[in-house]
Design a protein around this ligand. Structure first.
Ligand code: NCD
Ligand code: ZN
Length: 346
């Protein structure tokens, strides 16, 4: 039987939600992952260090006994953000990063940034203090086609910000295009990119070619096959600038299977099995540890996890549930459309 042992992974982009949903989804992450960058797009959004600390406490309270998991908290950047609060939250260890949502780009982003220059004074303070900016990299200009929004964001927003604040540490999150890959690869130090599990596996045909599949609808939207291949190459290349951010984003089925469905793929249950499958297909199982467990902490200046996980390749396909139950209804689990054989055993 084939097997691999890697340092315990971290998830550098995760939606845990709150309340009942938090309690339901958290154990699927905390059983395998040691840490996660927790997204702040709740309602109301996590705007201050105090709110982040309270949210962290709710997450810690929801952890199953025996799970060893550290939530790394983020603040939601608004045009009236308080730079002093960001910097003091960072220095106290309560805040790991700040999240930029262009207003209207995705779930609960309406309080995000409309005019990027209004937050330049905040970027200045963050650059001085070494606070990482996590970026949802899409423009929201209605004139720009949804499939082009990442490439246009790089040109109109990201590159001008990088030039103006060369010391600002930036994670271009959930990159979905070869443009994103090329940008991260060729940018100066201090720029990294996360890649989701599902963008390594599905292209836009999965969402649109065989009926409209709301459970493959997410932001940034899945792109054409050539982009998926570029992402796979980047993730499995061993380049330290790329690391895992699952962007596991649970929504109730009722909210996704609707005339105006929510964006988000819930993948935390089978993410590691999916990733091992992808890395094996790319003959790069030896690169999985870098992508899932080493490159992220190196970027954030944190130690890699000491503990390890072991994965084995079973002959029989592993049965994952098609959906999980919350008190408000089911949440569909990401279906990679191929059988999964890699299992986390310890
Ligand atoms: C995320 C969510 O539901 O919060 N949705 C998604 O499609 N990824 C928000 C986000 O990260 O864009
Ligand atoms: Zn997300």
């Amino acid at each position: 039987m084939q097997e691999i042992t890697i340092r315990r992974p971290d998830d550098w982009h995760l939606h845990l939600r709150d309340g009942d949903m938090l309690e339901t989804v958290l154990p699927y992450t905390s059983r395998h992952f040691a840490r996660a960058i927790v997204m702040p797009n709740l309602v109301p959004h996590i705007a201050t260090t105090k709110m982040a600390a309270e949210y962290r406490e709710r997450i810690e309270k929801a952890l199953p006994a025996g799970h060893n998991f550290t939530p790394l908290m983020t603040l939601y950047l608004t045009e009236d953000a308080d730079a002093e609060d960001i910097v003091s939250g960072f220095h106290s260890g309560e805040v790991t990063a700040v999240k930029l949502y262009p207003a209207g780009a995705t779930t609960n982003s309406h309080s995000g940034v409309r005019n990027i220059e209004t937050v330049y004074p905040v970027f200045e303070r963050m650059a001085e203090a070494g606070v990482t900016l996590c970026v949802h990299g899409e423009v929201t200009d209605p004139e720009v086609d949804i499939f082009d929004r990442e490439a246009v964001f790089i040109e109109r927003v990201l590159e001008p910000v990088r030039r103006r604040f060369p010391d600002l540490r930036i994670v271009m999150e959930h990159i979905t295009t070869s443009d994103g890959v090329d940008y991260v690869k060729s940018a100066p130090d201090g720029i990294s990119g996360t890649i989701t599990t599902h963008h390594l596996i599905i292209n836009r045909n999965a969402m649109l070619a065989h009926g409209m599949r709301p459970h493959y609808y997410c932001m940034p939207i899945v792109k054409r096959e050539s982009h998926r291949l570029a992402l796979r190459k980047a993730a499995t290349s061993g380049n330290r600038r790329f690391f895992l951010g699952t962007d596991s984003a649970p929504h109730l089925d009722a909210d996704k299977e609707s005339a105006c469905g929510c964006a988000g793929v819930f993948s935390s249950i089978n993410t590691l099995s999916c990733l091992a499958h992808v890395f094996e297909e790319e003959n790069a199982l030896d690169k999985l540890e870098g992508f899932a467990s080493l490159n992220g902490p190196a970027f954030y200046g944190l130690p890699a996890n000491e503990q390890t996980i072991r994965m084995v390749r079973r002959d029989d396909a592993i049965e994952f549930p098609g959906s999980i139950e919350t008190k408000s209804g089911p949440v569909t689990v990401f279906d990679p459309m191929f059988p999964l054989h890699w299992d986390v055993v310890a």
